[in-house]
Design a protein. Structure first.
Length: 95
C-alpha cells in the first residue's frame, strides 16, 4: 500500500459512525444535523462535512494510518501558527 492510501479493510460505514460520534462531542449544546463524507484531499485522508443545528460547519479529517504522529503534530503547529498570524482560511485543529 502506498502512502496516503486506505487499506481495502477500511469500513466506510464504521468511519462515518466515528465521525458522527466526534461531531456529537463538538456540537454541544447544539445538535448534529448532518455528517457527510466529502472527496478526500491530497493526503488521502477521509474528510467529513458536519453541520450543526446552530449553523456552525466543521470538517473532520481522519488521517491515513501511515501518517506519523510527529508529522501530524508539525502540520497542526503550522495551522495554529497561521491562524494566530491572522490567516483565517487555515484549518483550526481540535486534536
Amino acid at each position: 500500500m502506498q502512502r496516503g492510501e486506505w487499506s481495502t479493510d477500511e469500513d466506510p460505514d464504521r468511519s462515518r459512525d466515528v465521525a458522527i460520534a466526534v461531531a456529537a462531542e463538538l456540537a454541544s449544546p447544539a445538535q448534529v444535523d448532518a455528517v457527510d463524507p466529502v472527496r478526500p484531499g491530497m493526503s488521502g485522508a477521509q474528510v467529513f462535512r458536519c453541520r450543526f443545528s446552530d449553523g456552525r460547519l466543521a470538517a473532520l479529517k481522519r488521517w491515513p494510518d501511515q501518517v506519523e504522529p510527529a508529522r501530524l503534530s508539525r502540520l497542526h503547529h503550522v495551522m495554529r501558527t497561521s491562524r494566530r498570524a491572522g490567516y483565517r482560511l487555515a484549518p483550526q485543529p481540535i486534536a
